[in-house]
Design a protein around this ligand. Structure first.
Ligand code: NAG
Length: 248
């Protein structure tokens, strides 16, 4: 399994003239597996790019890499600074790992899925359907077309998994077909955010575009009727008023 590192850097520049000398400590929590069994804490001590000393929680010892580092490590091991360093494993690395795994590594977001008919460019088939899965995380999804529950492999094309640029992805799978009356056409979606594959049926009665046209048309008709009714009422009131109030 791959390793995951977490770094905390402390950089202390000691300026002398235009150049700088940098003292730098690098703390690493190394996670080689999801169960945290081989969790390891490493603390590196670096002066001016030279790592002269390192603490390793697995051996619970400092090791030196230069003459100064070796002496320094020996002294720290004798004085118990190694045991002090070891506390970072359970105080920092372990609780952080649990957070990172839950919130980042195992975090998933379900796609929102639409199955629609689009204009077909094909001569052979009357209909082209698209199954679109939007805004899922992480990458890794499978779309399958089903006709009456049976997988369809021919006349299927798909885009790659497209990266939105905002952590989320989308994908579009196309199926060209001539639908038979009474059959069910569906898109099966498999993704880590679902505990089991999810089926999305195509509703052939109306596409989204048609539905919008109907809504706009109906609204126009209702508005027209209200205005005509208002006009009729206004006209009636005016004409009756003329009769009731005699003019001199
Ligand atoms: C820490 O020590 C263990 C045991 O010797 C070793 O396997 C591991 O590679 C060391 N880790 C690092 C980062 O040096």
């Amino acid at each position: 399994m791959s390793q995951f590192y977490s770094f905390a850097l402390i950089v202390l520049p000691f300026l002398s003239g235009l150049d700088g000398y940098f003292y730098h400590m690098q703390r690493e929590c190394r996670y080689s597996s999801g169960d945290l069994k081989d969790l390891e804490f490493i603390d590196r001590y670096i002066f001016n790019k030279v790592e002269y000393k390192k603490y390793n929680s697995t051996t619970n010892k400092f090791i030196g890499y230069t003459e100064f580092g070796v002496k320094n490590a020996e002294r720290h091991n004798k004085e118990g600074a190694n045991d002090q360093e070891h506390t970072n494993l359970d105080a920092t690395c372990r609780p952080n790992a649990e957070q990172y795994f839950k919130k980042i590594l195992w975090h998933t977001v379900q796609p929102s899925v639409k199955v629609l008919s689009v204009k077909s460019g094909s001569q052979r088939h009357s209909t082209m359907l698209v199954c679109s899965a939007y805004d899922f995380y992480p990458e890794g999804i499978k779309l399958t077309w089903l006709r009456d529950g049976k997988e369809v492999k021919t006349d299927v094309t798909s885009t790659e998994e497209l990266y939105n640029g905002n952590w989320y992805h989308q994908i579009h799978s196309y199926l060209e077909l001539t639908p038979k009356s009474g059959e069910t056409i569906a898109c099966k979606v498999e993704h880590s955010s679902f505990s089991e594959p999810k089926i999305f049926k195509w509703d052939p009665s109306m596409s989204d575009g048609d539905r919008n046209k109907v809504i706009i048309g109906t609204s126009g008709l209702v508005l027209g009727l209200i205005l005509s009714l208002a006009g009729v009422i206004y006209y009636k009131k005016k004409s009756t008023g003329r009769i009731l109030v005699p003019t001199s």
